[in-house]
Design a protein around this ligand. Structure first.
Ligand code: MLT
Length: 331
């Protein structure tokens, strides 16, 4: 083999080995915290299809569901370092790296799917995207809309705040969510998402909260019996791209990433509206028992908003920021 040929083969091999390392990558890796089949999967698959079509098959995306590429919070670190290209994860797992996005997880700020869409696709969403680039080295290019996080547990029906007493509830490692359960009178157990199913199965914890579609995708119905309809957080799950990987791409590839992200976001909203109710019924058919929080959830709402909001004004960028968000939602 002549020298020229050897050098060429080495360069091609180096390019392939670079894998997730940016401009040379023909195939990007996308981490998903959830198992296949839920809103994260729908967003990721739609992104993949549109992006591959827009780049004429030159670039590909491989999806790795179920935390195969690490826990959700670790994927933010890895994307910031440029060792991972994309990740789809819950917004509450981005907040520790970019506290101002906490405004999207303050309890009872988002009250409908329409509120969620308005915030993420409007001025506020744009500002939060810029903040995550600045603070966390990752760029939000799409959103999955997953619905309200409902409370599940294996012990008994919960309808009042007092019913939580004595229960061990897993929450993400997120200060706002920890403070919310404290406002409801218990100390929750912060735990990585990737450890949650096993902890529920082994009864290390009694319950957790996540949207219906996530409960179903993760097969929590196999280890949880009771659901309480609370609406304290509307689950938003951004698709993030490593900012260093994004900046290494040619303008046409960057454009394809942004366009595919927008199309996947539109799809995600429709998917939620078409699917959530079917999934709820399916979970009941599989034996789960659903209750509503008593008195229109008043006690949960009052305790959470009066205690938790003021604690986080500073981290979200001031009370004015929350006022601006509420005003943009017509409140
Ligand atoms: C969590 O509870 O940590 C996340 O919301 C799970 C998810 O990404 O679905």
């Amino acid at each position: 083999m002549n020298l020229k040929k050897t050098v060429l083969i080495s360069l091609v091999t180096a390019g392939l080995m670079a894998g997730s390392q940016g401009a040379l990558a023909a195939t990007f890796k996308m981490a998903l915290g959830d198992a296949a089949g839920g809103t994260q999967w729908e967003l990721g698959q739609t992104f993949k299809t549109v992006f591959e079509q827009k780049t004429g098959g030159k670039h590909k995306v491989d999806l790795f569901p179920n935390g195969q590429l690490g826990d959700e919070q670790n994927t933010v670190n890895n994307a910031a370092l440029g060792t991972l290209d994309f990740s789809v994860l819950a917004i509450n797992n981005v907040t520790p790296f970019s506290p101002s996005v906490g405004v999207l997880t303050l309890p009872y700020v988002i009250q409908s799917a329409e509120d969620a869409k308005k915030l993420t696709l409007g001025e506020i969403g744009k500002e939060l995207t810029e903040n995550t680039v600045r603070d966390a080295g990752v760029r939000i290019v799409g959103w999955a809309y997953s619905g309200f996080r409902v409370l599940t547990n294996s012990k008994k029906p919960v309808t009042n705040v007092a019913d939580l007493k004595g229960m061990v509830i897993r929450v993400p490692k997120n200060e706002i969510m920890i403070a919310t359960y404290q406002a409801w009178g218990i100390n929750p157990t912060p735990m990585a998402w990737s450890e949650t199913f096993t902890a529920l199965q082994q009864r290390v914890v009694d319950g957790q909260d996540n949207p219906y579609i996530t409960v179903s995708a993760m097969k929590f119905n196999e280890v949880q019996k009771y659901i309480t309809n609370i609406r304290y957080i509307f689950s938003l799950e951004p698709l993030i791209v490593s900012e260093s990987v994004f900046q290494e791409q040619k303008p046409d590839v960057q454009k394809a990433i942004l366009e595919a992200g927008r199309e996947a976001t539109e799809h995600s909203f429709k998917y939620l509206l078409e699917t959530e109710d079917k999934i709820r019924k399916d979970l009941v058919a599989k034996g789960m028992q659903i209750s509503d929080a008593a008195n229109g959830e008043k006690e949960f709402i009052d305790k959470a908003t009066t205690t938790v909001w003021p604690k986080f004004y500073a981290s979200i960028g001031g009370k004015d920021k929350l006022d601006k968000v509420l005003k943009s939602l017509g409140r």
